[in-house]
Design a protein around this ligand. Structure first.
Ligand code: HEC
Ligand code: HEC
Length: 507
């Protein structure tokens, strides 16, 4: 069936290419724009793209009691071992649900409340080796979370968000359900950042303890009982938990880490931002996208062999991800995950499966609201969507140009560091290994990464199409307000993270 759909797409692509050939790119005649509309409508029907991303999913509203509690937990530094880092540190709604940095800075920041550009670690360099993905639309994932899906649904049931079929986490072996994962992928994931010394725990807090002991201590701190009693100067969490869980139970029974993770997960699952121009176009509003965006859509969904860019081979479905792990060889910069002879490489999915075939494979990311979450890739190497598209057009040349132009030193996070150029001496060779693997996979015909040859105008069209995946709500502070903890208050414990930007303006 898939092949037939791609064949139909080929017909649409042929139409679009003949249009491109006779257009001068500045003036559009009515007939030409109608031809693009009709080609795109054909493609949308044939690929069955007209879907509601929320369909069949049981997603909460932010006004529901559990997401309300989850939001406040997401914003409190009480869940950071040293009380200087919160979930929101790296996933702020005003920053696209991420942090606008190549590499996150968690504990030990010069100013813990300053998020985004200008956030620096006291030691100078970021310690987290991967880019923070958005937490928006988390409820649309059915496969796995993290760049290597180390939190993974065992059943991958469509529409379930990991519920009902067991979830593997870093606390269990590959393929084995974690009995403590909670109801869905979001709750399962929320058990882990608090255990990471760089992200939230600090090396001093519960040093050498098990993940379970770290979590119990934090829950006891929030609940003001046992080992955590008295650790917060003020504490009104119990009534908040009682309201959210409609219960009169004690703190010991109600403020457990599993309940904390469930509430945070429900908050994340309430962040559904899918009302993009693309979705409005699918819903029948022909004028929701510009001509250029529509041409970009045609390229995006058409196969390379048919003159398209082949993006939908991996970025498919309403989430724009097939949930698989593939090699695309974006630059490997930063401290890495300790892999390879240089110990600063990142083997991606192989780290979980142990299978060398999976080396340099990363989970295909969603492209919803992608405009808001630069820099891009698992190591946050590329600063713009244009660079990303050029990478697909010519991976080796784009990587070479990237490093020739200074690599990571082009980025705001590194630009001002005196020793910038010498920071990651193995970045070029590690990236080359990934590029070689990509080429080998292409030769072996196991790669979904097609050979394409884009003109500059087509690069712009693809970028424009990706900009049509932005829900206007995520660019509007007042629309996002329900997901941001009330910054006129210091929260339930006096250490809510009320974020500011580099200019000290509230986020
Ligand atoms: C120091 C920054 C930092 C903090 C603090 C942090 N995260 Fe993250 N988060 C990241 C990074 C980096 C990744 C990607 C890590 C990887 O894939 O290996 C990530 C991944 C995620 C993901 C996976 C998203 C996806 O699409 O796969 C979710 C969900 C998430 N974080 C939620 C949370 C929650 C909930 C908290 C608080 C309990 C939290 N994060 C705290 C940086 C952070
Ligand atoms: C072979 C599968 C595959 C194809 C084909 C593909 N992508 Fe990707 N895409 C990925 C993977 C995997 C990543 C993550 C790479 C990494 O982190 O190093 C990614 C990352 C991206 C990102 C950055 C996302 C983020 O959150 O940082 C964008 C943007 C993107 N792709 C757009 C496109 C476009 C446009 C096309 C078509 C020209 C395309 N992709 C084709 C697999 C693919």
């Amino acid at each position: 069936m898939a092949r037939t759909r791609w064949q139909y797409a080929a017909i649409a692509a042929t139409v679009s290419l003949s249009i491109a050939a006779c257009s001068d790119n500045t003036s559009w005649f009515k007939g030409e724009s109608e031809a693009v509309d009709s080609a795109l409508n054909t493609l949308v029907s044939d690929l069955d793209l007209r879907q509601d991303p929320r369909a069949g999913r049981n997603l909460p509203q932010i006004t529901d009691p559990l997401p309300q509690l989850g939001r406040d937990l997401f914003f409190t530094k009480a869940l950071g071992g040293g009380m200087d880092s919160a979930c929101v540190t790296c996933h702020h709604p005003s920053l696209g649900g991420a942090d606008a940095l190549s590499f996150s800075v968690g504990v030990g920041a010069v100013n813990p409340d300053l998020l985004g550009e200008g956030r620096v670690h006291g030691g100078g360099l970021p310690l987290v080796p991967r880019n923070a993905p958005t937490v928006f639309n988390l409820g649309l994932w059915d496969t796995g979370l993290f760049w290597d899906s180390r939190v993974e649904s065992l059943g991958k049931t469509a529409g379930a968000n990991g519920a009902g079929s067991g979830i593997r986490t870093p606390d269990t072996l590959l393929g084995t359900a974690d009995p403590g994962a909670g109801p869905n992928l979001a709750s399962a994931q929320a058990h882990f950042p608090v255990t990471s010394a760089e992200e939230m725990r600090t090396s001093a807090f519960e040093n050498g303890s098990s993940n379970e002991d770290v979590r119990s201590h934090l829950a006891a701190r929030v609940g003001n009982y046992g080992i955590g009693a008295g650790e917060l100067a003020t504490n009104t969490w119990l009534p908040a938990f009682q309201a959210a869980f409609s219960s009169t139970d004690t703190a010991e029974n109600l403020i457990t880490f599993d309940n904390i993770a469930e509430a945070i997960g429900e908050y994340e699952r309430s962040m559904v931002f899918v009302n993009s121009p693309w979705q409005r176009f699918l819903d029948g509003d022909t004028d929701a996208m510009t001509q250029q965006q529509k041409e970009g859509a045609l390229l995006f969904f058409t196969r390379p062999g048919d003159g398209g860019a082949g993006c939908a081979a991996c970025h498919s479905g309403p989430l724009f991800s097939n949930g698989m792990h593939t090699t695309v060889a974006f630059p490997q910069i930063g401290p890495g995950k300790g892999d390879g002879p240089t110990t600063n490489d990142d083997f991606g999915r192989e780290r979980e499966t142990g299978n060398p075939q999976d080396r340099y494979r990363f989970r295909v990311p969603s492209l919803l609201n992608i405009e808001m979450t630069a820099p891009y890739g698992h190591a946050g190497a590329y600063a713009t969507l244009e660079e990303v598209v050029r990478h697909y057009d010519s991976p080796q040349r784009t990587v070479d140009t990237y490093f020739a132009n200074g690599g990571w030193c082009q980025q705001d996070q590194f630009r001002d560091l005196a020793s910038c150029a010498s920071l990651y001496p193995d970045a070029v060779s590690n990236t080359q290994l990934a590029l070689d693997k990509l080429r080998q996979e292409q030769r072996d015909r196991v790669s979904l990464f097609g050979q394409i040859d884009l003109e500059d105008a087509q690069v712009d069209q693809l970028v424009a199409f990706m900009q049509a995946l932005t829900d206007p709500c995520v660019t509007d502070r007042s629309c996002l307000d329900p997901w941001i903890a009330n910054n006129a208050s210091s929260g339930h414990d006096g250490i809510q993270l009320n974020a500011v930007d580099e200019a000290m303006n509230p986020l």
